[in-house]
Design a protein around this ligand. Sequence first.
Ligand code: DX5
Ligand code: ZN
Length: 216
Amino acid sequence: MAKIAPSILSADFANLERDIHNLEQCGADWVHVDVMDGIFVPNMSIGIPVVQALRPVTDLVLDVHLMIDRPIRYVEQFIKAGADYVTIHIEADQPQNTLEALDKIHALGCKAAISLKPKTPAEAAIPYLEKCDMILVMTVEPGFGGQKFMADMMPKLRKLRQMLDEVNPGCILEVDGGVDANTCAVCKENGAEVLVAGSAYFKAEDRAAFVKLIQA
Ligand code: DX5
Ligand code: ZN
């Protein structure tokens, strides 16, 4: 059964607690928190204080997606704020720092993940495969919700699954961007175990039914 991680980027920020509790009632598995710094991506969103504010209001897994430059600088603060998974982009720093950041995340008792932008090939993940609990394959250019799903990322997803099966079979795959009632099937067929959905989840007429459809 796949998991759904609704992205609160599409939530009502003035009513975040209400939206989180609603998401629990609808049966969602994780909460996906998109952090943007205006440098790694051309947009800004939310950060450490929001993770800290959410931690006491939910027991759901807080899946923090850092779309920030040189994330090693901030992983500790996000973990102390209450993140369960911290995802960093491999394009955001030198490999040495990315490796160190993954070790740091683990040393602080958190799950560690890397993310790949659409133009980054699966092979770029090789140095990190053994250090990851999860790999996030972007199916849109990071920075904005509501973009069109890139079906051409599916071979990359499959390839990563094959690569992981050799060296780290316990590592899970997540997809993020443009996931909706139509595009979820192909993601699952190609190995995605956690599906992030922002606009499709929050716009769904029946969110509980949408959750079930993704999980099926
Ligand atoms: C994009 C973010 C996504 C975004 C997904 O940079 O990482 O998590 O919120 O939104 P949708 O599902 O609308 O594409
Ligand atoms: Zn995201």
